[in-house]
Design a protein around this ligand. Structure first.
Ligand code: AMP
Length: 357
């Protein structure tokens, strides 16, 4: 991991009045650039192979400049160009996934997040240790496939966007679908409604929903993911019938739709997010900025969290001009805008280094 001292040295050379916000061209980049421009920052898109012509269609979210790299090695080698532009990187899910968490940890450019969170997030056992020790309910784990006596979700490690996940109802069902060449984990299948809760933690804000350790927790929006083809599978009758015709359910994320939860669930949602933040400071120096709890709510109105995402998620994209929650704090502001606001305020108040690793 890049030593924090090195990041601070780089930031010492930056002109605080001329910061450029950069991210990889994909995922939530439209929203990040749009938000950064709203707060008066210059913007820079970084790309390897991605087609960037679609930005022309969205002038208010088009980055001021785009750098095309040959590959990630090229991107790592050419960091000097970014220092000249006083670049701060906003990480998003695809950035970390495409670059690889290890490489991202070593990328010598100031990044708005705590890089120490990456190993806690990308290792399923450590993620579970973090969240369960924060008192958060997670799906039960099956260590022996022969003990499957109820529907389970089988997840290959490092699977991208639900790719390859499958549901099994018993051991023979599991044996029929498992690819033993890849590591996997078996979780209780949580039946209920899925909600992806988008929070933002500011360590410096001192009003609103305050945390014990200081700072303030905000809920900016909620989405539900569209997943192909599981969302439409019911149209074919039973999953077992479909399987007989060679059609298997899959959980590949294709888009997002806005959601709200019943108001009586909000105290539980905030308690979970609060505990996850507090525990992150005890375990690895904290998690700040945007994060998402991926949940299922059952018919007893209990949450189960099956994943945490510790940066901006693409589920915030429906809320470029605000959300039913953000509008009660900052009318019309997106998560991308909130990130830029936090950076702008931290520059003004001399806290920028505290948010960068
Ligand atoms: P993930 O990669 O963990 O975000 O999961 C991808 C998708 O699989 C989720 O959006 C859910 O639709 C589904 N999923 C994951 N874990 C579970 C679970 N334990 N029970 C039910 N559905 C799940």
């Amino acid at each position: 991991m890049v030593p924090k001292k090195r990041i601070d040295e780089i930031l010492d050379t930056y002109d605080p009045d001329d910061i450029t916000i950069a991210t990889l061209c994909s995922h939530s980049s439209l929203q990040i650039f749009h938000g950064a421009r709203k707060m008066g920052f210059k913007t820079l898109g970084l790309t390897i192979k991605h087609d960037t012509k679609y930005y022309d269609a969205f002038p208010l979210a088009k980055p001021d400049e785009i750098i095309k790299y040959k590959d990630f090695e090229d991107m790592e080698a050419r960091v000097d160009e970014l220092y000249e532009k006083n670049v701060i990187i906003i990480p998003h899910g695809s950035f970390v996934e495409y670059m690889g968490p290890k490489r991202f940890e070593d990328y010598e450019v100031p990044v708005y997040c705590n890089r120490s969170v990456l190993q806690w997030e990308s290792n399923r056992d450590m993620e579970r240790q973090w969240l369960t020790s924060a008192g958060i309910n997670m799906p039960r784990i099956f260590t022996d496939a022969r003990e499957i006596t109820e529907p389970v979700m089988v997840k290959y490690h490092g699977a991208k966007g639900g790719m390859g996940y499958f549901i099994a109802k018993d051991y023979p069902d599991f044996k029929m679908s498992i690819d033993n060449s890849m590591p996997y984990s078996i979780q209780e299948y949580c039946l209920g409604t899925r909600y992806y809760l988008h929070f933002f933690y500011s360590p410096f804000k001192d009003d609103g929903y305050k945390l014990k350790r200081g700072g303030s927790l905000e809920m900016l929006s909620i989405d539900r993911r569209d997943e192909s083809n599981i969302d439409e599978m019911y149209k074919l009758g039973s999953i077992e019938d479909a399987k007989r015709h060679g059609l298997y359910p899959s959980f590949v994320v294709t888009g997002n739709t806005p959601a709200v939860i019943r108001e009586s669930l909000l105290p539980k949602a905030f308690a979970m997010a609060e505990n996850a933040v507090e525990r992150s400071y005890e375990l690895f120096g904290g998690m700040w900025g945007p994060f998402c709890l991926e949940t299922v709510v059952n018919d007893k109105l209990e949450f189960k969290v099956f994943e945490i995402s510790t940066r901006i998620v693409a589920g915030t994209n429906p809320f470029i001009s605000g959300s039913p929650y953000a509008d009660l704090i900052y009318p019309g502001l997106s998560t991308g805008g909130r990130i830029a606001m936090e950076i702008r305020d931290s520059i003004k108040n001399g806290h920028l280094k505290d948010l960068m690793t």
